[in-house]
Design a protein around this ligand. Structure first.
Ligand SMILES: [Zn+2]
Ligand SMILES: [Zn+2]
Length: 302
């Protein structure tokens, strides 16, 4: 199984329709976990195009603006058409539950699978065997979130033979060693390094901001990330408009990447006011050299 995240950009436009870009959606795959961050209009078609299944998805909504959510009810409906019985978890800001269930009621849709909704305003929202996800508020408006996805720390793989050779009884002492603490056996201290096959695997951290203006909270939460996916709605010539609509320019995003000391920045959520994306990229790279422009269909491995 691959030890990398595969990130597929399904939609990279801001709110207004564009011929070459669909509305916001990013698929993130790690081992057997499939996350979908936002579900703009046309997300279903993009999932089909990129051969990403509908059944094993966990959905994260950054906020409830229509350019991030118009595809959601369609996707839930298609799951019913496909007779998918597996439950689905949808994580989003406060009101997400009412937002979904009122729409299902209006459409008279009654899916036979469970829809589990987790509403969050910041903090831990999910933890599985491989990674955890935390949300954090961003100042695009009320109830707007960014997410960080971080793999668990791994001290090393527990070597059972070595533990048995040293007469360490199975149970609490094994657990303590696995967690990195020494244990006492026959008045002798055994250190984790004697039992664990020490791992040199680093944690991987991915941050996706959703819509956001330049925001200190984004900088703090993005610290040392391997990848930052940041709002870049406007070119620098539209700085005033970016402030007014609580979005970022390409240079705002680059400034955040630099301040947060991230490894790689991907700019997305472009408005049609970017007449020249080559210039947008050049402006971003002047501040943060490892900047990349997202496009529909871009796949990145981290
Ligand atoms: Zn948006
Ligand atoms: Zn928005």
């Amino acid at each position: 199984m691959s030890d990398k995240f595969t990130i597929t950009f399904l939609g990279t436009s801001s709110a207004s329709p564009q011929v070459e870009r669909r509305q916001s959606s990013v698929a993130i795959k790690y081992r057997n976990h499939n996350l979908l961050v936002d579900v703009g209009e046309a997300t279903q078609v993009q999932l089909l195009k990129h051969k990403i299944g509908f059944s094993n998805l966990t959905i994260l909504l950054t906020h409830l603006h229509s350019d991030h959510t118009l595809g959601l009810i369609g996707l839930l409906t298609t799951r019913s058409f496909y007779n998918i019985s597996r439950s689905i978890t949808i994580i989003g800001p406060p009101w997400t539950s009412s937002f979904i269930f009122l729409q299902l009621l209006a459409y008279r849709l009654y899916p036979e699978y469970d829809i589990k909704v987790i509403e969050t305003n910041g903090g831990l929202v999910l933890s599985n065997s491989d990674f955890y996800i935390e949300s954090f508020p961003v100042s695009h408006g009320d109830n707007c979130l960014g997410y960080k996805i971080v793999t668990h720390k791994s001290l090393g793989v527990f070597n059972v033979d070595r533990a048995l050779n040293k007469n360490i009884p199975k149970g609490k002492k094994w657990k303590k060693l696995q967690e990195g603490y020494p244990v006492e056996i026959d008045n002798k201290t055994i250190f984790p390094s004697e039992i664990l096959d020490i791992s040199n695997k680093k944690q991987t951290k991915i941050v996706i901001t959703g819509d956001t203006p330049l925001d200190d909270n984004v900088i703090n939460n993005s610290a040392n990330a391997d990848l930052l996916i940041h709002d870049s709605t406007y070119p620098i010539i539209e700085t005033e408009r970016a402030k007014k609509h609580k979005h970022s320019t390409c240079t705002d995003a680059a400034f955040v990447a630099k301040r947060a000391n991230v490894k790689k920045l991907i700019l997305t959520h472009f408005s049609e006011l970017h007449k020249n994306l080559t210039e947008t990229l050049r402006n971003a790279k002047e501040i943060f050299p490892d900047s990349v422009l997202a496009y529909d269909g871009l796949v990145i491995e981290i």
